[in-house]
Design a binder for this molecule. Sequence first.
Ligand code: KIV
Ligand code: ZN
Length: 497
Amino acid sequence: MDRLFIFDTTLRDGEQVPGCQLNTIEKIQVAQALEKLGVDVIEAGFPISSPGDFNSVVEISKAVTWPVICALTRAVEKDIDVAAESLKFAKRKRIHTGIGTSPYHIKYKFNATQDEILERAIACVKYAKKYVEDVEFYCEDAGRTDNVYLASVVEAVINAGATVVNIPDTTGYCLPAEYGDKIKFLMENVKNVHKAVISTHCHNDLGMATANTMAGIINGARQTEVTINGIGERAGNTSLEEVVMILKSHKELAIESNVNTPQIYPISRLVSSLMNMPVQPNKAIVGRNAFAHSSGIHQDGVLKNRENYEIIDPTDVGIDTNTIALTARSGRAALKHRLHILGVDLSQERLEHVYEEFLQLADRKKDVNDDDILLLAGKERTESHRIKLEYLQVTSGVGIQSVASLCLNIAGEKFEAAASGNGPVDAAIKALKQIIHRQMTIQEFLIQAIDKGSDDVGKVHMQVEHNGANYYGFSANTDIIAASVEAYIDAINKFVK
Ligand code: KIV
Ligand code: ZN
């Protein structure tokens, strides 16, 4: 069996998604779950981009032992200095530096020539080598870079000391055969290629990220850059769970990773919950419907023999179909255990608090599932908010106009208002705007049920525009009108400090 190194970039490329930003504590939680999952490298951030990113790399370096901690830079000395400083506590460290190599980047981004870019590439690798032994170089937009020029860059950076060379399909443009041929070309034409590991990094703009990644691996790449749930800018990155389970299902490829696959589902839930980023129901491996058989023919077939219609045993990815649902009769220990399985370990005090909220939810909802309790555990994120909803009352129905009255607590002071509107949410938001006199418009409003049943918790994602910038709000509640207003308030709290 050949070994494939898993480079997780959920906390860097994944976290760049608008509205998905995590604080340092949440990033540490994800990093520790990634360590438990068995990834080889954690890309912890882009330290020069903000003090928050710098600090996260420092804290993740302290909190994680086994995986290599990687920090991203541009081919700029200052970036590399800052990245090296952020990695000072990492037990195993890597600097990931690079520059655009496609004609688009060379001409329009750098106004340079191929030779100048080649020189900058060599220089940045040599500079990073002064700080760390392990230097990865990325050829940004390699997907649209001519293979002969790309090979010359790869050869030069390996000569300069790069231990890994990353071949990103930055725009998600390549076809699988094209990307596979690119990796094959490098494996066959770069003289010193055996001195480094070639890495895939594919984006999903045309829905081909996983196919391209697999083509790259089959043609010789031995590191793959992926994110949990495939999150990432625009259409996202290659998803970790897909690549890992493809290798596990296709033993004939004789390539394996170190991933502890039963940890896949828990970390998928954790990332989705912390980032407020819903997983599409039909998402491969971790979507709610990935193992749900609804047609009669399929159900009958699965009952006769699971393998008739299932190529993966759900328990292999940590979906325990026998999980005992938590109910109002479950104790603190059961809740604590379930949270632990999901990668969340709370202090005793916080557990007490979450348990109280859990009991209230369990009174309203028969079975409390993993998503529900992850939402409760994450609620403290909103507890420090300046604006809170004290109460909300709405009257709505068919043939009558909706009316809402509410009370907001703004930094300890209470304000009440009432309004009528075109539906209960509209009425409530009009009332709220009587208290908060800001120009703001809802750009996106998504309501999603977590599970099933009329007692289900509804998750609301909202994007609110204010002064030309977009702010993201989220809430979950068994009452979707309340969840909508709370999500709106969550977004407002991002700009009203
Ligand atoms: O997609 C890309 O090219 C990247 C690089 C910065 C590695 O994310
Ligand atoms: Zn990327």
